[in-house]
Design a protein around this ligand. Structure first.
Ligand code: NAD
Length: 329
């Protein structure tokens, strides 16, 4: 089986590829992997270094909006796992153009090529942010999409296109919508690695507004395991929520990190709230649990301690990224 993984040099995509080639998904064990990645600021060759010598891996630098390139790759593909996206909400607030281009047009380019090539399965990786914000309870997969940020709106658009290609062309599409991920190799602009790397550098950590926004944190390994289950046995045309990690206010999250670092709240710097900041996300994972026996396996306390250790051991990975970002600013 040949698998095309878009965005496979980013945080979650590279975890999926490293795990797949490491034998974590027996159901996909015979697959070779082609990574298509544009290597934007978020894509990093170092993320694939641990499997760089694996003969089953081919890395193709390129853009998912490049129709001829995508068509050529798709012609020999059985399974597409589509991670590639512009993924940082704050960047989408500053300028959404690249989000619309990659997330909407890029996804449509992939879907069209997959339809032409007749690929066996297309897993579109989406986010719980497409549902908007929820004060109480949890979203099931049939909830209407009410995205608030330009990032979430671009992801919702791509979800709808993916499902439309199933309904119109019978392309065997599955969509996954996951809650906030954390773990190793996450670009240090995102909350958890940002907080960790700033604490390690003796800096303050910025907390938006009143700090009471609630997120459901899931270890990236649990997310990728859910994706592998959907890739193997998901029903075409279906959406699967993935989550069920640990719900925390941002203030609680920061407190836990401060505790791990033996630091106190004087290290917190309150900053003005993000525009249009969603208050709470929460997905209902009954569907994936009942169909596949899925449940998160990594308790937050263990996962966050491991993540802090990883960033502590891999300053050579994250410091150059921060230096480059600072030089570009
Ligand atoms: P990331 O920003 O770390 O990685 C994105 C990858 O896509 C990078 O390697 C980048 O180079 C690549 N890319 C960007 N534009 C491209 C283009 N035009 N062509 C080819 N490659 C391109 O993102 P991530 O956190 O790994 O997220 C992966 C997917 O999971 C995204 O679709 C995101 O919406 C979704 N998601 C993320 C989270 C989270 O908490 N990080 C939660 C739920 C869903």
């Amino acid at each position: 089986m040949r698998m095309l993984v878009t965005g496979g040099a980013g945080f979650i995509g590279s975890h999926f590829v490293r795990s797949q080639l490491g034998g974590a998904y027996p159901e996909l064990a015979d697959a070779s992997v082609v990574v298509l990645d544009k290597f934007t600021y978020a894509g990093n060759e170092a993320n694939l270094a641990p499997v760089g010598d694996d003969p089953r891996l081919t890395v193709v630098p390129g853009d998912i909006c490049d129709g001829p390139l995508v068509a050529g790759l798709m012609a020999r593909t059985d399974l597409v796992v589509h991670f590639a996206a512009e993924s940082h909400v704050d960047r989408s607030i500053a300028n959404a153009a690249e989000f619309v281009r990659t997330n909407v047009l890029g996804t449509q380019t992939l879907l069209q090529a997959a339809h032409h090539a007749g690929v066996g399965r297309f897993v579109h990786i989406s986010t719980d942010e497409v549902y908007g914000t929820i004060d109480r309870g949890a979203w099931t997969e049939d909830e209407p999409l009410l995205p608030n940020s330009p990032y979430a709106a671009s992801k919702a658009s791509s979800d709808l296109l993916a499902l439309a290609y199933h309904r119109t062309h019978a392309l065997p599409v599955c969509v996954t919508r996951c809650s906030n991920n954390y773990g190793p190799y996450q670009f240090p602009e995102k909350a958890i690695p940002r907080f960790i790397t700033r604490l390690m550098s003796g800096q303050t950590i910025p907390l938006y507004g009143d700090g009471l926004h609630i997120r459901d944190w899931l270890h990236v390994d649990d997310h990728c395991r859910g994706i592998a289950l959907v890739a193997q046995g998901g029903k075409p045309g279906e959406v699967y929520n993935i989550g069920g990690g640990t719900e925390l206010t941002n203030r609680d999250l920061v407190d836990r990190l401060l505790e791990l670092f033996g630091a106190d709240r004087s290290r917190i710097e309150t900053v003005p709230d993000r525009q249009g900041h969603d208050r709470r996300y929460c997905v209902d994972i009954t569907k994936i649990s009942e169909q596949f026996g899925y449940a998160p396996a990594i308790p937050f306390e263990e996962g966050i301690a491991r993540t802090v250790r990883w960033y502590s051991d891999h300053r050579d990975w994250w410091q150059p990224l921060l230096d480059r970002a600072e030089a570009a600013a």
